[in-house]
Design a protein. Sequence first.
Length: 365
Amino acid sequence: MTEEIKVTCLHDRHVAQGALMSPFAGYDMPIQYVDITTEHNAVRQKVGVFDVSHMGEVEITGPDAAKFTNYIFTNDINAIKAGQILYGMMLYPDGGTVDDLLVYRVDDNDYFLVINAANIDKDVAWIMEQAKDFDVKVDHQSELYGQIAVQGPEAENTMGKVFGIDTTDLTFYTFKKLEYDGKTIIVSRTGYTGEDGFEVYADPAIICKMWDLLMEAGVQACGLGCRDTLRFEAGLPLYGDELTAEISPIAATFGMFVKLDKDGGFIGRDACAQQKAEGTPKKLVGLELEGKAIPRHGYDVLDGDKVVGYITTGYHSITLDKSVAFALVDRAVGALGNTLNVQIRKKVFPATVVKKRFYTPNYKK
């Protein structure tokens, strides 16, 4: 029996706008409206809007909310105050990744978690299972929210001009709740593009109204195609590619989000500490290829004739006009400047190991 494909509150609008639709994470989602290059450049140069209503939301409240959230999360929520946000991971005991997520600190006993669409059911079940020994309420709220991401250098101006929402008080990874159209909404200075921008969580009817206002104002609608090219250029991981149940944040070289010394520890801490001390067999690196050949997910990476890893994400970068990739390779061959080869169909293309952030993000600190 095939699983029913879900739709977001904006689905009818995507179809009416002629978007190319495709299943993603169990949802029928827009891949592109015009083309990926046009939409990518709109976000890099001006502003674009994404439907991200497929993302999941979970609220954790109660006397043990802080203790519990810190226990299931690699970053340290004690390092932030109400109105601030952290990025990090939830891990299995062996250090493998359950998911990567955002944690919004609403107050000392209230945390709002934003999880990946493909993992919603798995994550909620896992969180519920871990919560049994804590005095917390875990409230799965994905059905309550639609979500849009307004991204690009003109995002702040657009939020003010189109919605009348002043966001000048928000710095990167902060949020506020406010009244809009008689309902409480959440606006955060966050995104997945490497540009300044905002994510808005609100009642689906309000999200639909906001989308219509943005379209009337001439803001470029953007699909998941350029969301992937944008996040990739900025060195941001995608769960299922760079982070998986088999790939820990240490192997993926996102150890800066894993706070081994925080009070109380966290699930997967000991495994991560061991990986950090001993090194992981594989590590995630950036690769820059010669020529225009495009390295795709799953293509083999070679050291001489020996397969030493595979491509997790690869594109001919729109912003940089270079063929670049993330690859999970044997640690021994992952040093910066090392030369490897990528097998693309029947040909082999030389590639140099480079830093995995290809584009310098433009965030408002």
